[in-house]
Ligand binder design. Structure first.
Ligand SMILES: [Mg+2]
Length: 169
């Protein structure tokens, strides 16, 4: 279960203690897009997300979007937000992470995401610090994601994470 267990769990990205991450030596945040920053149907960054990005920069953390979604979706959102991005990242495979994270050591890198089987599992495999957040909106999820959710519920039950808000390590 270790590879499925996040280092931290929070309701939303806004509950994450960014200063603590910096103090832990973290310098790069690789965040998922869909259902982590915004729901699938939100095409552009909201004012809350823009504020989150600015806070990351103030603290000294570089924010990059890493998404399994297609180029058009990820590019539009990321460019409006003003961050680097990887689309079609094929998380949890290692290829997408390597593409973006080569300037940093694994212990400087944080993963944020809403899916255990892609974001958390993938990040843990790379030796990154992983943060799970609650899904923003289950609507409009693709079949593959729905299937992942089925297994995710089983894992979450084992981890007893659902509905709680605390650090797990
Ligand atoms: Mg997601």
């Amino acid at each position: 279960m270790r590879l499925f267990t996040p280092n931290e769990y929070h309701k939303t990205i806004h509950d994450i203690d960014l200063v603590k991450l910096y103090d832990l030596g973290k310098r790069l945040i690789l965040t998922d897009l869909d259902n982590t920053l915004v729901g699938y149907d939100i095409l552009l960054p909201t004012s809350e997300i823009i504020a989150f990005k600015e806070k990351c920069e103030e603290v000294g953390l570089k924010l990059v979007i890493i998404s399994n979604n297609k180029e058009k979706r990820v590019q539009l959102f990321s460019e409006k937000l003003g961050v680097d991005y990887v689309f079609s990242a094929m998380k949890p495979l290692k290829r997408g992470y390597r593409k973006i994270a080569s300037d940093y050591t694994p212990n400087e890198i944080v993963i944020i995401g809403d899916q255990i089987l892609t974001d958390i599992f993938g990040g843990n495999r790379m030796g990154y610090y992983t943060i799970l957040v609650d899904v923003i909106n289950y609507n409009n999820e693709q079949f593959k994601t729905k299937l992942n959710r089925f297994f995710e519920r089983i894992i979450l039950k084992k981890l007893k994470l659902k509905g709680e808000k605390n650090d797990t390590k």
